[in-house]
Design a protein around this ligand. Structure first.
Ligand SMILES: [Zn+2]
Length: 408
């Protein structure tokens, strides 16, 4: 259970500044939690997070950040900067926040708590910016649940010159290490020919038959897949009427694997299954992959700092989650030192992407975790601002020059 922020004294030499960050989060408590609840109450799906991004940008501007919104080509992306009062261009520490919801579910991944904690961390750091060198750089990153907003922001050059990327993700347990699966969204569309389904069905080419064959092939394929591979999809268009041979069907699949070579093999095989279904039904098929599939590069230096900062608040790291999803924070991890720590907002065993997790993301426990996460992100960033050697060590990890020792 998370202890109250006010009762905790982090036991390290920088504790005075860290306590001030905790106090800054506490004094912005209402603003942070109001943002979390507003976003939770107004879920917006990937690339459409207009209200959430506007609210986030407004708060950052109010706290003295120079806000780019939109940032790059994405209308709902934000980059907000605030220079440290001690001058210099380094380090530039990135604080990331997500805010997209899941279609038909709402905030079943709890990204409202991420937006709020990222904003909380940024405004806490801003409150002591006179003491900091370099620059605080906040990134509002759209579209984590579909496509990869962060990869687009990387391609737009928004992460150039960033020395570290920090965020928090909600979970049902506490752990800093993640091994997200390489993943892509796959759009599959079969094209056939309409005909009257009773009077002259032999004149049609049935795009729904093709789709059913593809799902059957995927189901049979699972026997030959490695246990850690994932293939899952939904039919988005299955025809328009029972008395018309469907000329168009559309599905949204996802492929995932913890191994990039295995992933490429999955992708090739999936395309063959789709083409085979088209061949068998005299239809044609378009298969398009969203791109950007990658695994995460761990950074032991940053992970250790997070674990120690969390331990000062009584948080025991429970080790990596054996059941991984995917995140585009993995894409950022190949650009600069990155961590993807997770803290519990829900009882252990609560499934992600569920009504239970969605409801947990707007509870007093989620609120306290959001505030703690803001504090820990800010405190970990503070260490990087204060200690160039720590930034250098994180980059040595990134370059593979310091073989990452075991975390514990
Ligand atoms: Zn998520």
């Amino acid at each position: 259970m998370v202890r109250s922020l006010a009762t905790v004294t982090p036991a390290d030499p920088e504790s005075a500044s860290k306590r001030r960050l905790a106090a800054a989060v506490d004094s912005a408590r209402d603003e942070i939690l109001d943002l979390s609840r507003r976003i939770h109450d107004h879920p917006e799906v990937a690339f459409e997070e207009e209200q959430a991004a506007t609210w986030v940008a407004e708060i950052l501007a109010h706290h003295g950040f120079t806000v780019e919104h939109p940032a790059g080509r994405l209308a709902t992306a934000i980059r907000a900067t605030r220079p440290g009062g001690r001058g210099g261009s380094a380090p530039r520490i990135g604080i990331l926040a997500e805010y997209d919801a899941l279609p038909g579910l709402g905030h079943g991944c709890g990204h409202n708590t991420m937006a709020a904690s990222g904003v909380g961390a940024a405004i806490a750091l801003a409150s002591i910016s006179d003491e900091l060198p370099g620059e605080i750089v906040f990134f509002g990153t759209p579209a984590e649940e579909r496509g990869s907003g962060k990869q687009i922001m990387i391609d737009d050059g928004l992460f150039e010159g960033i020395d570290a990327a920090l965020l928090f993700h909600p979970c049902d347990r506490n752990h800093v290490q993640s091994f997200p699966l390489a993943s892509e969204d796959v759009e599959v569309a079969f094209h056939g020919l309409q005909a009257h389904a009773a009077a002259d069905p032999w004149k049609g080419k049935n795009a729904l038959d093709a789709m059913i064959l593809l799902f059957s092939s995927v189901g049979l394929w699972r026997q030959q897949l490695k246990p850690d591979a994932r293939v899952h999809g939904i039919i988005q268009e299955g025809g328009t009427a029972a008395n018309i041979i469907p000329d168009r069907t559309k599905a949204w699949f996802m492929l995932r694997s913890p191994d990039l070579a295995d992933y490429e093999a999955l992708k090739a095989r999936f395309r063959e299954l789709a083409e085979a279904a088209a061949l068998a039904t005299s239809t044609t098929v378009d298969v398009s992959f969203s791109g950007g599939a990658t695994t995460m590069k761990a950074n032991a230096t940053l992970e250790r700092r997070w674990v120690e900062n969390a331990a000062a608040y009584g948080i025991q790291d429970q080790g990596p989650d054996p059941n991984s999803g995917s995140t585009d924070m993995a894409n950022v991890s190949w650009v600069c030192p990155t961590i993807h720590p997770e803290l519990s907002i829900a009882p252990a065993g609560t499934p992600g992407h569920s009504i239970l997790f969605r409801d947990a993301a707007a509870t007093p426990q989620a609120d306290e975790t959001t505030l703690l996460a803001a504090t820990l992100v800010a405190q970990t960033a503070l260490e990087l601002f204060r200690d160039p050697a720590l930034v250098a060590a994180a980059w040595r990890d990134f370059r593979g020059e310091s073989p990452a020792g075991p975390l514990r």
